[in-house]
Design a protein around this ligand. Structure first.
Ligand code: ADP
Ligand code: ZN
Length: 549
């Protein structure tokens, strides 16, 4: 069966072999099993349903929200001699009739439809007729961007909820293959459940980008601009992108970089949604053509841009999720040559992100419950981003674990304690010294227990350190339980311990704009009397880089 598929692959697309994930998806679909493919953009998802569509009798339906891309897909398939079609609102009613008529006659092998179409009674009837005895039969249904069905993801679309009803209304159940470029475990489970997949083959591949090095650097706001300036100067023959969280930051930073780099003959381009259409287009063109090798932009920049020789992507601020980060950082090194990704961060980045979450205009197609769910979810996604900033384990392993592509490294990615890693990220290249901080950890846990979780992380650290800050005076915390309990330990170290306690689940941080910390699910392991004396807590301290990144 797979030999036939390889022939089809060669005949239509000219490729000699499937990529590993493609082969597993195609085999599953051809043998009548449901499948869920999680692959990043560019990994070759479309081949997975296009090859079976070209082999099987009848019409393969592809459900996709990307109406603007349907035309491109159809054109590309026509060029290789296939018989594709699409049905969406860009067609006139007369054109839609023609498409449906030709489809009923068995002309097409594949049809792209938007999810909204599945609630159109005429379309439902059309699909049902295909499946009835004497009809053409309905080969697989492919659901693209399947994460849109999950409220746990970033792009929930209520219209996706209609897919399961549509499938259930068919007289005979087709094989269903779902595809997405972004899915945490939770989203994957949700896709399976909401689409009603029958024990699907799960295929997660292609997330590793071996030529990218990942680097995380914590530094203050002022230091960031200096750092980026120096980096750009040291790499002035290379093309790079700097992502900022706000338009204002883009304007300020590109001005500053322009002042320094201009005299070296380097033009700095900028891009954000506050600029006019023409400015944006010309700045983008200058960057693509290497007339301006450095682009400073918000996340509005990059969609659909495929510049192969971007050698570095620096994040001046923390993005809203690991997905967003990986997508933006992944614009480096498209040509496969080594490229570097840097994430610069500090606590303000997270306050800013929390502010964005609180102030964002809610999507008015969602119910109040759905909106609240979306809000909470954004906090969850941000917490994962915070974990990435704080981990001392392999950064690549962290990302791959997030996307569920554990196999890619062939290494143990089980946790921060794993001694192995990719060897090409700032954590793998940093030697950490282990320090026993059990006394600080216990003091923090006891203090949070005694105060009932009223304080944020910084205030907890200040109290434990015995600081005399305005807040401490204002709330008169000099007599608070634990005040000055570990006064001899540097404040910075106490803060790190509190961060790590949150990271490890001994403490939890509440959501919202001014988060406070309370006892976490693991607090008992440290505080319960029956465990007295057993608990130890260590932090890793950056000792030195073993070699420069
Ligand atoms: P996705 O839909 O996952 O974003 P595409 O289907 O557009 O990815 O494929 C990405 C690129 O990889 C395309 O240029 C495609 O031609 C190429 N490609 C896909 N499968 C193969 C293969 N088996 N061998 C070689 N190139 C492939
Ligand atoms: Zn690593």
């Amino acid at each position: 069966m797979i030999d036939g598929a390889k022939q089809t692959l060669k005949q239509y697309f000219g490729y000699d072999s499937f990529r590993p994930g493609q082969e597993r998806m195609v085999s599953a679909i051809l043998s009548g099993e449901d499948a869920l493919g999680v692959m990043p953009t560019g990994a070759g998802k479309s081949i997975c349903y296009q090859v079976p569509a070209l082999m099987l009798q009848g019409l393969t339906l592809v459900i996709s929200p990307l109406v603007s891309l349907m035309g491109d897909q159809v054109r590309a398939l026509k060029e290789v001699g296939a018989r594709p079609s699409y049905l969406n609102s860009s067609l006139t009613p007369a054109q839609q009739n023609t498409v449906l008529k030709r489809a009923s006659e068995g002309w097409y092998q594949i049809m792209y439809v938007a999810p909204e179409r599945l609630s159109d009674p005429r379309f439902v009837e059309f699909a049902q007729r295909l499946v009835r005895p004497g009809g053409l039969g309905l080969p697989p249904i492919a659901v693209d961007e399947a994460h849109c069905i999950s409220q746990w993801g970033q792009d929930f679309r209520p219209s996706y909820l209609a897919i399961a009803d549509f499938i259930n209304a068919l007289p005979q159940r087709p094989v269903v293959a779902a595809f997405t470029a972004t899915a945490t475990n939770r989203v994957r489970d949700d896709i399976s459940e909401m689409l009603g997949l029958h024990s699907p083959q799960s295929v997660v591949t292609g997330f590793d980008r071996a030529n990218l090095s990942f680097n995380v650097e914590e530094m203050g706001d002022k230091a960031k601009a200096t750092w980026i300036r120096d980096y750009a100067l040291a790499h002035k023959d290379e093309s790079g992108i700097v992502y900022c969280a706000t338009r204002k930051a883009v304007d300020e930073l590109s001005d500053e970089l322009g002042r320094v780099l201009g005299p070296h003959g380097i033009r700095v381009a900028r891009y954000h949604a506050g600029m006019g259409q023409q400015d944006r287009a010309s700045e983008q063109a200058a960057f693509i053509a290497d007339a301006a090798p450095l682009m400073v932009a918000t996340n509005a920049f990059g969609m659909g841009i495929d510049k192969p020789n971007v050698r570095y992507v620096i994040h001046h601020n923390v993005p809203e999720s690991i997905e967003a980060y990986y997508q933006e950082a992944g614009r480096a090194g498209r040509d496969g040559d080594p490229a570097a990704c840097y994430l610069l961060w500090n606590g303000h980045d997270f306050s800013l992100r929390r502010f964005f979450i609180e102030k964002d205009v809610p999507d008015d197609t969602l119910s109040p419950e759905e909106r609240e769910f979306a809000r909470q979810n954004r906090y969850r996604l941000l917490a994962q981003m915070e974990g990435y900033c704080q981990t001392t384990g392999c950064l690549r392993a962290y990302i791959l674990r997030y996307f569920g592509d554990e196999g890619a490294l062939g290494i143990e990615t089980g946790g921060a304690s794993s001694s192995e890693g990719c060897g090409n990220c700032s954590n793998c290249l940093t030697r950490y010294e282990v320090e026993d901080v059990t006394d600080v950890a216990l003091a923090a846990l006891r203090m949070v227990a005694a105060t009932g979780g009223r304080f944020g992380k910084a205030l907890v650290a200040d109290v434990l350190h015995g600081a005399n800050t305005e807040k401490i005076r204002q709330f008169n915390l000099f007599d608070a339980p634990g005040y000055g309990a570990v006064g001899e330990v540097p404040l910075k170290r106490i803060k790190e311990v509190v961060d790590q306690l949150v990271g490890c689940g001994y403490l939890v941080q509440s959501q919202g704009r001014f988060p406070v910390v309370g006892l976490g699910p693991r607090a008992d392991e440290a505080l319960a009397p029956q465990h007295a004396g057993e608990f130890t807590f260590t932090v890793k301290k950056r000792a030195s880089k073993t070699k420069s990144a």
